[in-house]
Design a protein around this ligand. Structure first.
Ligand SMILES: C[S@@+](CC[C@H](N)C(=O)[O-])C[C@H]1O[C@@H](n2cnc3c(N)ncnc32)[C@H](O)[C@@H]1O
Length: 351
């Protein structure tokens, strides 16, 4: 994978791929409707377009995971009041969300937030439902621990377009430290290889596959080995920026990667793309982004508001305008979030 094949929509996640970028590859496989949707996506990301309906429905179906990774909010429910509020979503709730999205021609969806999606029985039915309802881009991240051959086959037949395996390590020693409660790394690699073999033997072009690595102090020394091991096995390698999951910066400081703390590349401006792309639905709460402590950014409630109403709510418009003008620091949640991700940021108003 060459350096010029790095793709990012927000600077926080960098995707390395051997194709021009993974979306070019998907455009070749899926065709015109995918290419058109990505043009709108890019325009929204450049703050040029506000679509009539979100382009991406990011759905945190529940807050259940079999791992307790020390960098993830799932391990610290007590620290985020409200994160576990409300009832988990089920298939009927998912169908309602998909049906509304489908009515507006929404192109992309993921039935996975901070949880482990394969703990949902019949996950493939969720994917297939969205696929039948004409969603163009359907994606999942998984730790691959519950990925049996049978479930791999079901997913291959479901209409999923992107599947990313989160590993965050190259050696067993690091894996068990950063993915606490995990199965042995060898077993996870075996599960992934079974999936990749079934995909190849069956002649499936989709989903495109990736592995991901949240770069932290504890694993950064393994990044090169990780990339070299995976680069020819999957379509992309994603390197994510560590984001403290709560406002408790002192507690999570130890996870920052060396370059994240270094003074070398301070950011001088910041505009968040998420309120222009998506809504995040966590249980019944509709929010403009994936921040876990964003209860004050609630833009609607399922059962009371439609997603379309939430997308056009006063609060959502205010947030979009702040970001468009580069004044994210006027909102407390956005200000805290930026300072957590970029601990060396130099935007004076944000300090
Ligand atoms: C939260 S998990 C949920 C999906 C699934 N259980 C998995 O392991 O992929 C999705 C991704 O977010 C990453 N992640 C968790 N906590 C993070 C943090 N504080 N900062 C950045 N990425 C994080 C995980 O390592 C994983 O790659």
């Amino acid at each position: 994978m060459e350096k010029n094949n790095i793709y990012t929509t927000d600077g926080k996640v960098k995707h390395l791929s051997s194709e021009e970028n993974i979306n070019t590859k998907l455009g070749k496989i899926i065709g015109k409707k995918f290419i058109e949707y990505r043009k709108t996506w890019d325009s929204a990301n450049n703050f040029e377009t506000v679509t009539d309906f979100p382009l991406f429905l990011h759905i945190d179906m529940n807050q259940t995971c079999n791992y307790k990774c020390p960098h993830c909010i799932i391990a610290y429910p007590e620290e985020v009041a409200g994160y576990y509020e409300g009832k988990y979503l089920g298939f009927e709730d998912f169908k309602k969300i998909v049906d509304e999205g489908s009515e507006y021609g929404c192109p992309s969806i993921s039935p996975q937030g901070n949880n482990e999606p394969f703990l949902i029985k019949d996950l493939y039915k969720y994917i297939y439902y969205a696929h039948q309802k004409k969603f163009i881009d359907i994606m999942l991240n998984t730790n691959a621990s519950a990925l049996t051959a049978k479930r791999s086959q079901e997913i291959l037949d479901s209409g999923l377009t992107r599947m990313r395996f989160s590993l965050d390590a190259f050696t067993q020693d690091t894996y068990e430290k950063v993915r606490v409660g995990s199965l042995p790394l060898d077993k996870i690699i075996e599960n992934i290889e079974i999936f990749l073999n079934l995909k190849e033997k069956g002649g499936y072009k989709l989903p495109v596959t990736g592995v991901s690595f949240v770069k932290m102090k504890q694993n950064e020394h393994e990044l090169d080995g990780f990339i070299n091991f995976w680069k020819d096995k999957v379509d992309m390698v994603s390197i994510q920026t560590f984001t403290p999951p709560t406002r408790n910066i002192e507690k999570y400081k130890k996870f920052y990667a060396t370059e994240q703390l270094a003074d070398s590349e301070p950011i001088t401006e910041f505009k968040c793309v998420q309120p222009f792309q998506r809504v995040v639905i966590s249980n019944q709460t509709i929010a403009p982004c994936c921040v876990n402590f964003n209860k004050d950014l609630t833009i609607g409630k399922l059962g009371k508001d439609t997603i379309h109403e939430a997308w056009h709510s006063k609060k959502m418009n205010e947030i979009r305008n702040l970001h468009k003008e580069g004044k994210f620091y006027l909102d407390k949640t956005c200000k805290d979030c930026v300072n957590l991700i970029y601990p060396n940021n130099k935007i004076l108003e944000a300090r």
